[in-house]
Design a protein around this ligand. Sequence first.
Ligand code: ADP
Ligand code: ZN
Ligand code: ZN
Length: 738
Amino acid sequence: MTPGGRYLLIALATPLRRLFTYLPPADPDTAGTALQPGQRVIVPFGSRRRVGSIMGHSNEAVVDAGRLKRISSVIDEQSILPDSHLALLRWASDYYQHPVGEAVFTSLPARLRQGAPAILDVPRGWQFNPDGPAVDMPRPGARAPRQAELLALFENRYPATLTATDIAAAGIGNWRAPLKALAERGWVREVALNDRYRESPPLEQPLTLNRYQQQALAAIRDSFGRHRAHLLEGVTGSGKTEVYLQATAAVLEQGRQCLLLLPEIALTPQLVRRFERRFGPRLAILHSGLTDTDRCQAWLRARDGSADVVLGTRSAVWTPLKNPGLIIVDEEHDLSYKQQDGFRYHARDVAIMRAYRESIPIVLGSATPSLESLLNAGQGRYEYLPLPERAGTAKSPDLHVLDIRQSPMRGALSEGFLKMLDDNLAAGRQSLLFLNRRGFAPVLLCHECGWTATCHRCDTAMTYHKQRQRLCCHHCGHEHRRPDTCPGCGGKLIEVGHGTERLEQTLAEALPAARILRIDRDSTRRRGALEDLLRSAHSGEADILVGTQMLAKGHHFPSVSLVGIVEADGGLFSTDFRALEHLAQLIVQVSGRAGRAEHPGTVVIQTHHPDHPLLRTLTEDGYPAFAKAALAEREMLQLPPYSYLALMRAEAKQSAAAERFLQEARQLIPDTADVEVLGPVPAPRPRRSGYQRLQLLLQSPQRPRLQRILGGWLDGVEQLKSARHVRWSIDVDPQEMG
Ligand code: ADP
Ligand code: ZN
Ligand code: ZN
């Protein structure tokens, strides 16, 4: 791409894996050469106009220059995306084999995608005007009480400038209209606030670090200004967050910004609150509750450098920073960092590449690092920073494997475990039960004829939700009323298996005195419901918390001293080679919810396989020993992280169409490619939403070997006739094999 070429290369949000060539706009004021990568433009595309982003210039027209269209208009006077950012997006588009235009537009806030101007609103404040109105007028009095009250506030606080937050904090409601009246008459004046933000003092002071925290912080500081990846491994409560906070403060002192990624913001209110208290208005939080306008403003504040600390989930990895200094990825093992559809990037891996390209350090934090990161640390590519002790005085919880073979059961719980729950209740302590299945029962079965309720689109059992009296498919979302009797024979229907709703009922029957709180996607559907439930859990209004993985993440329940993993067996024998790693991470994460402060916690794992070797290693020797054994197994089987995968999925109404497509795709892989190809085979979930699903797996011991063939291969695959009859996708570094 020649800078200043005659033609412009434009990225558009289309599924086509290329850029589009346009002529510069006809407007004589906008010479094509003056246009820069990262400026948005409007272009004609088909019968419509679309927002595009300039990616570069070229001197060659791909098609006959006479047929090229012109850019209709230019949206941005200047580039809105730094070159380094466009380069990162190009890398990610190549690496994940996703159309570059979609990658670029996925990375933008919705408002900017739609073509809204990229203008940062300067925050405003108001100040008492000591000169008063230009013309004589009476001071607002009893007939305008709000104006009078506001004016008194500004006068008393003069010369301070007050923001909306300050006014609200003074307890004056409905102040916008009266304030406008005061400003129009000249009693107060508006002030643009550019830098006041940097002066507000933190509401919370840093803690004195223990020895390990100090070592970790020193190593991170030591790498400021160059690229270094650090793996910060510490159990929950070992003080990782405090290290993040102080590393962030240190990088801010150097006049640089910090980007912190989290799996989910709503589930980690404590971490967010601590960042708010330390960094106040210097913080921008990109959470899902923001309006499109606010999200765009937060993005602009990060890009312009008026926010120094940017906190967000997966997609925040695409936030441009004016002066990046540090990236932190909390809970780096978490599955939510991998986007599972569309642009299938892994935010942790993109963050590592980003830190490398920007020559800045990155900290990956976790109590249960992924095997990928542990291997990197073991081989010296990452610096390993352990926090082996819990900060303060709390002890780590004990893990117990509870053999429930032949044990009398009450619902999903063994009598032995119920007894422990009862004792804990009597001692006035909280318990937490984890079951990763919502609803009442996963199977509804006819006792007479064996009929089961299955989703006609996915061929999988539908989950019975008792409260709503409905059957729901957890794969495609299809749902309908529960029939009263078997639709086949009119026989009696029975519920098989246990979900959180049923577990809650079992507990209510077995321990009638206990106050039970259920936290899952069903009980938190209403906006604000999760916050309410978490508040009740904390204030001691509940004795037993029951929940899905929403309970496993981030949140600390200091008075929980007994934790139950209701069912571990599913994860022990799954077809997905990562299932065991995820189960181990989950057990440790859930355990981390317990035993803060003075009560050491106990964790009970109910299983029919108490002798499973890796489960034993985990409970007896801890996660690091488990990870070591699991890595040895992966190495023996040549599975990731000892090899690299790309998964091609194809879906069609008829499986023959998907099969033919994948067969032809397979033929196109060059013999010289030196990658192993498996399939086509049916996907682990062979049918979903009425589509048959098949897949083809490419595997190589070396990442570059796989990367070298993917691009050219997919260009060929796109041309296949059989591709028109299927929906296909490619997933590089797939995290779930389904
Ligand atoms: P993590 O992020 O690893 O779960 P946190 O940083 O949240 O750990 O620390 C756990 C608890 O210990 C918090 O209540 C925190 O205030 C406290 N804590 C952390 N570091 C220290 C320290 N150096 N001295 C005293 N308390 C600490
Ligand atoms: Zn029947
Ligand atoms: Zn379904």
